[in-house]
Design a protein around this ligand. Structure first.
Ligand code: CA
Length: 365
């Protein structure tokens, strides 16, 4: 795994994307219902679509519904995308969101505590110098290029449609009492209309910001653009810090991703660390899926380019929600070996065999 990473990393000079993820419960909410995720180098190499997939989801619904919906959305979109049979990224993204919608809806139908849960989902895929996105809801994907910021996604919110119809101004939308009303979200109906765009060209230096409304509600475009010029780690930290200093009434989640020319030398250690962490984390996720009442699962973050060339990776965790804390880092504890279970089984098998042999010997003589 790591050796493959090292081999492919030797290819340099291609456009690669580095990304970091931060999520924070904010200062008012008791639970983080946002979820962010992105694919790791090994996952990307083993998939048909390839490339890097980044996802931000912002859940809604009580009794853990919101947190469940956003986690199901991010994890299902990622799994479906990686397992897709096609190399057509637009088709893979559309199918992945469609299946995630159906999965959240059926979970909600099956579990009264989760009924009515829903989530936004904004997913950006980057491969070989091109980008695609799929989107439902009011989380956003921005692109910062040179000194311009552009919101790539369209908000599926009531106030956004009122602005489009000329009924209110964008400024009025920011403080409108119904600004949280969504017109489209994932998981609330059997089907959902999904916005898909791409491929669009990438340029070296492009920076993408994927974020929930806990960030874009407090930090507006001019400031987003300026902060996005920092190193991506610093930018992501600064976004969370700005939200917190402004009261952070909502959960804050952001992925900052930058398109760069590939450099091989700083890649291998980070990539291999990430892969090890990912394996442990995947095991934890399987357990929590079966039990709705467990704490939120750590969100994964990684980065790689669109051409299988590894780049620096960063990790962050979706924490159980202690209030007023800033970005978390992932603490990985080694999984407990399952040798004791195996040893017990072995002893039982040996005892049974000895007993059977004894019985046969006794009976035969
Ligand atoms: Ca939110």
């Amino acid at each position: 795994m790591t050796e493959q990473a090292a081999d492919s990393a030797v290819v340099s000079g291609d456009l690669v994307v580095r990304a970091v993820l931060r999520t924070d419960v904010g200062l008012v909410r008791s639970e983080n219902q946002d979820f962010g995720s992105y694919t790791t180098p090994t996952e990307e190499r083993q998939s048909h679509p390839g490339g890097r997939l980044m996802i931000v989801a912002d859940g809604m619904g009580g009794h853990r519904g919101g947190a469940t919906a956003s986690r199901l959305a991010a994890e299902t979109v990622k799994a479906q995308y990686l397992g897709s049979e096609t190399t057509d990224i637009a088709a893979a993204l559309r199918d992945a969101l469609s299946r995630a919608n159906a999965r959240i809806f059926s979970e909600a139908q099956a579990n009264p505590e989760l009924r009515g849960m829903g989530t936004t989902t904004s997913a950006l895929a980057v491969r070989a110098g091109e980008g695609w996105f799929a989107h439902v809801g009011d989380s956003r994907i921005y692109r910062v290029r040179n000194d311009e910021i552009k919101q790539l996604t369209e908000d599926h919110s009531l106030v956004a449609s009122m602005v489009r119809e000329g009924l209110i101004t964008p400024k009025e939308a920011e403080t409108h009492p119904r600004r949280n009303v969504l017109q489209r979200s994932m998981g609330v109906a059997e089907d959902v209309e999904i916005d898909v765009q791409g491929p669009f060209d990438l340029q070296e230096g492009d920076t993408f910001i994927l974020c929930s409304d806990g960030l874009h509600g407090l930090v507006k475009e001019p400031e987003l653009k300026d902060v996005a010029k920092l190193d991506i780690d610093q930018a992501a930290d600064e976004f969370v810090r700005l939200a917190l200093t402004r009261g952070a009434p909502d959960n804050v989640t952001v992925i900052v991703a930058r398109v760069e020319r590939g450099k091989s030398e700083d890649v291998v250690d980070e990539a291999s660390k990430l892969e090890e962490t990912q394996e442990l984390d995947a095991a934890q996720f399987d357990e929590t899926v079966r039990d709705e009442k467990t704490e939120p699962v750590p969100a994964l973050a990684a980065s790689v380019d669109g051409d299988q060339t590894l780049k620096v990776a960063a990790l962050s965790i979706e924490p159980p929600p202690p209030p007023a804390e800033t970005t978390k880092t992932l603490e990985v504890s080694a999984p407990k070996p399952k040798k004791s279970g195996f040893a017990t089984k072995l002893v039982v098998i040996v005892v049974v065999l000895i007993a059977a042999a004894g019985a046969w010997f006794y009976w035969a003589h």
